[in-house]
Write a protein that binds this ligand. Structure first.
Ligand code: NAP
Length: 248
C-alpha cells in the first residue's frame, strides 16, 4: 500500500495534492512553515521542519512513508538535499516535481549569476530603482549598496525591520502581465533581480521587463544531487502507479 509524503509549498504541490486526494491515495502534505496562512490542502497536513536529514529519516520510518515526492520550490535546496539523503538512508523511492527553468527569449536582457552574493557586484554604481523579486531571507547583501532605491514584494508583511530602507509590496501571486507592467512603470524600476523559478505566474515580471527594456539579473538554480525529476503532476501520478484525469 502507498503512503506518500509530499514536501510542498508550491502551486504544483497543491495541484498534486488535489490529484492524490481524488485518486484516494493515502498521503501527508508537509509545509515548511514560512507563510503565516498556508492554503488548506485536501490531505492531512503537517507544518514545520523535520530536524535535518536524521529527523526526516525518522519521520519516514515512523509514519510508514513508502514514497516521497519533493514538490518544493526549485530554490528550496536544503530541503531537497535532505530529501535525497533521507531517502537514500531509508531506501525510500523519491521523485522531484519541479517546473522547468525559464529560458531567454529574443529581447530579454539577462545577466545570469550563480547566487545572490554575486549580484551586488553586478549592480550599477549610480543610484537606480531596483525591484528585488527574491525572498526576504536573501536580501541582506543589498545593505552594502544603500544608495539604490529598492522595491520588495512579500507574501506577508515583514515582522522584523528590514536591513535597509525599501518600498514593500505585500501581495501573493500569481501576477498578471498587465499588473507587472503597471507596477514597473509607476515605480520607475530600472533593474530587476529575480531567481530562475520557472512557472507561468512568476514569469509575468520577466515578460514585462522584456517589453519595457528593463535588464534582469537572473539567479541560476542551485545545484542539487541527481534524483528522478519530472515536470508534471501526471508524471508523478504515473510513478505512483495511478492514472490521472489530467492526461498523460
Ligand atoms: P530550504 O531553505 O530548502 O529549507 C530549510 C529548512 O526548512 C529545511 O531544511 C527544513 O527544515 C524546512 N523545510 C523546508 N521546506 C519544508 C517542507 N516542505 N516541509 C517541512 N520542512 C521544510 O527551504 P526554503 O527555501 O526556506 O523554503 C521553505 C518552504 O517554502 C518550502 O516548502 C518551499 O517549497 C516553499 N517556498 C519556497 C520558496 C523559495 O523561494 N525558496 C518560494 C515559494 C515557496 P528541517 O531541516 O528542520 O527539516
Amino acid at each position: 500500500m502507498i503512503r506518500a509524503l509530499i514536501l510542498g509549498g508550491t502551486a504544483n504541490a497543491s495541484l498534486l495534492a488535489a490529484e492524490i486526494a481524488r485518486a484516494g491515495i493515502e498521503a501527508v502534505y508537509s509545509y515548511g512553515g514560512r507563510t503565516r496562512a498556508p492554503a488548506d490542502q485536501p490531505l492531512p497536513t503537517r507544518i514545520g521542519g523535520f530536524g535535518g536529514v536524521a529527523g526526516l529519516a525518522d519521520y519516514i520510518r515512523h509514519a510508514g512513508i513508502t514514497h516521497l515526492i519533493d514538490a518544493t520550490h526549485p530554490f528550496a535546496a536544503e530541503m531537497s538535499r535532505h530529501a535525497v539523503e533521507a531517502c537514500t538512508q531509508t531506501g525510500t523511492p523519491l521523485i522531484a516535481l519541479e517546473r522547468a527553468p525559464w529560458t531567454k527569449t529574443p529581447g530579454d536582457s539577462w545577466v545570469e549569476v550563480a547566487d545572490v552574493n554575486a549580484i551586488v557586484v553586478v549592480l550599477p554604481e549610480s543610484p537606480a530603482k531596483i525591484f528585488l523579486a527574491i525572498g526576504r531571507q536573501h536580501i541582506a547583501p543589498f545593505a552594502t549598496k544603500p544608495h539604490h532605491v529598492y522595491t520588495l514584494r512579500f507574501v506577508d508583511p515583514p515582522e522584523a525591520p528590514l536591513p535597509f530602507a525599501a518600498d514593500v509590496i505585500v501581495s501573493r501571486g500569481p501576477f498578471t502581465l498587465d499588473g507587472e507592467l503597471e507596477m514597473l512603470r509607476t515605480r520607475g524600476i530600472a533593474w530587476i533581480v529575480a531567481r530562475n523559478s520557472g512557472g507561468a505566474g512568476a514569469r509575468a515580471k520577466i515578460d514585462a521587463a522584456r517589453m519595457l527594456g528593463i535588464p534582469v539579473i537572473m539567479i541560476s538554480r542551485p545545484r542539487l544531487p541527481d534524483r528522478l525529476r519530472v515536470e508534471s503532476v501526471a508524471e508523478v501520478m504515473h510513478w505512483l502507479g495511478h492514472r490521472t484525469c489530467l492526461g498523460a
